[in-house]
Design a protein around this ligand. Structure first.
Ligand SMILES: NC(=O)c1ccc[n+]([C@@H]2O[C@H](COP(=O)([O-])OP(=O)(O)OC[C@H]3O[C@@H](n4cnc5c(N)ncnc54)[C@H](O)[C@@H]3O)[C@@H](O)[C@H]2O)c1
Length: 356
């Protein structure tokens, strides 16, 4: 399928291919849908095996941001940047400046932030080249704490749905990925009295979790076979698939990873096994809520951001309720919620507002 056909199929407005002669930077900005406002989404730096893989990723991720930003009630569309390669091996100032300048060429149609492979300090450099960069050190900073909080309140909603109680004490919880989000989550779950099982491909991080919280270390692939109450994917996408779902003994899946279902049909497989699935782009929307607060006319307010992130719990409860009432799956209810809001806002956007 050609790129335009793929854009038509996935609903993309714009793909921007950027090449910087000086640094050898190759990057693609994907602007999926700007009905709700400028497209916001992070800048991912990843050693893609091919250009096709990078295009596929930027299209999938930018579309995901449209749904996430809509479901979070933000006045923002969905976008994403992927950086394929550059001459320097390591990131440096010139790379980040070149990224900032390319983002600036879109004049605010797209706003970038940190993502896998880029950091908050990297974004501070890019921000010297463009005002369309968010998630800055002196403002919202690292989104991981807000993301973890959104996952935490989603977990409570999922526990209520699966067990009839939000109680975390005594629950056996398997957390995959001891990264930024996983560590913050484990700390809170330990305080709440959960029994933790943890995995990571980095053994030092697993050792830290064992030391700090008395967690049980699990081999990366063994996490799907545990006799646990909840599985929390906080490492990679597509871990809910034909191989893993039949092995799960948990009653709920809630995590921060993007695109947890390998294919939409895996949501049905989970349901058929009696497992409550908390849709990923709702559970992990705390980070983008926090970043979006920077764009508020009054500037960033941590307390206002915290309140909005906490509301993810109510949104998740709504999704479970709608799914039950309409006889659909939670991920379908979440998709409908995001799509309906875009359709309604498109109607509001039809009104002409003169430029000031
Ligand atoms: N940080 C955020 O604010 C945020 C927001 C939305 C979504 N997410 C998603 O949540 C996930 C975690 O984010 P993060 O910021 O903690 O990332 P991170 O890179 O800090 O941590 C990911 C961890 O997963 C581990 N890992 C990789 N492969 C693994 C495997 N097969 N088994 C077990 N562990 C494995 C890595 O070693 C690393 O420690 C990512 O998928 C990310 O895209 C994060």
């Amino acid at each position: 399928m050609g790129i335009f056909d793929k854009m038509a199929e996935m609903g993309h407005e714009q793909l921007v291919f950027c090449y910087d002669k000086a640094t050898g930077l190759r990057m693609i900005i994907g602007v999926h849908d700007t009905t709700l406002g400028p497209a916001l989404g992070g800048c991912r730096m990843w050693p893609y095996q091919s250009e096709e893989a990078a295009i596929e990723d930027v299209m999938r991720l930018s579309r995901g941001m449209t749904y996430k930003n809509s479901a979070m009630g933000l006045r923002l569309g969905g976008g994403k940047t992927v950086v394929l390669e550059h001459k320097h091996g390591e990131k440096n100032e010139m790379i980040m400046r070149a990224i900032g300048r390319f983002v600036d060429t879109l004049g605010g149609r797209y706003i970038t932030a940190e993502d896998v492979g880029t950091s908050v300090p990297d974004m501070a450099i890019a921000a010297e080249e463009s005002r369309f960069v968010a998630g800055l050190p002196e403002a919202s900073g690292d989104p991981s704490g807000a993301t973890a909080m959104g996952v935490y309140v989603s977990l409570k909603a999922a526990l209520q749905e699966a067990f009839g109680s939000e109680e975390i004490a005594g629950k056996r919880i398997a957390v995959q990925g001891m990264g930024h989000v996983g560590m913050i989550l484990c700390d809170q779950l330990h305080k709440d009295g959960a029994k933790l099982f943890v995995s990571d491909i980095d053994q030092a991080k697993v050792a830290e979790a064992v030391e700090r919280w008395g967690a049980t270390a699990v081999e990366p692939d063994a996490i799907y076979d545990l006799d646990c109450d909840v599985y929390m994917p906080c490492a990679l996408g597509a871990t809910l698939n034909d191989d893993t779902i039949p092995r799960l003994k948990v009653k709920a899946v809630v995590g921060s990873a993007n695109n947890q279902l390998k294919e939409p049909r895996h949501g049905k497989m989970l349901h058929d096994r009696g497992i409550v699935y908390a849709p990923d782009f709702v559970a992990n929307g705390g980070g983008v809520i926090n970043v979006a607060e920077e764009l508020h006319p009054d500037g960033y307010h941590a307390e206002r951001a915290r309140k909005r992130v906490n509301q993810i719990g109510d949104r998740m409860r709504d999704i479970f309720r709608i799914a039950r009432e309409q006889g659909i799956l939670p991920h379908e209810a979440a998709d409908h919620m995001a799509e309906e809001r875009i359709a309604q806002m498109a109607a509001v956007n039809r009104m002409f507002v003169p430029r000031r």
